[in-house]
Design a protein around this ligand. Structure first.
Ligand code: SF4
Length: 106
């Protein structure tokens, strides 16, 4: 395990294509979230200070705009997230989302 590795953090970064589709601001945002996760562990799903304010697809009012976990750079196939703990719905969302403009319809 590396110096900054933290139990519960899936050591996975992004493909070149994913990074190229992010704006410079989003890339800095994504890297900052990644570093926070390495230092502090993954966010929990709740709405308080340690929470990502995650909700599942049944409660997501932004699905039609493409604002879903499956479009987020942190999404992991199989229903997981690189920075938020627990089981994650492909059509869910949290306050930490980083989704390229081309996948957004807003
Ligand atoms: S929106 Fe992104 S960061 Fe938030 S839970 Fe979904 S995949 Fe993870």
């Amino acid at each position: 395990m590396g110096k900054h590795a933290h139990p519960g953090v899936t050591l996975c970064r992004w493909t070149k294509d994913m990074v190229e589709n992010l704006s410079p601001r989003q890339l800095e945002q994504a890297n900052a979230y990644w570093e926070i996760t390495e230092d502090q562990g993954k966010w929990v799903q709740g709405a308080r200070s340690e929470g990502a304010h995650y909700f599942g697809g049944a409660e997501n009012p932004f699905i039609e705009g493409g604002m879903i976990c499956e479009n987020c750079i942190f999404w992991l196939p199989g229903g997981h997230c690189q920075i938020v703990r627990g089981s994650i719905d492909a059509e869910g969302l949290c306050k930490l989302w980083v989704i390229p403009d081309q996948l957004l319809e807003v």
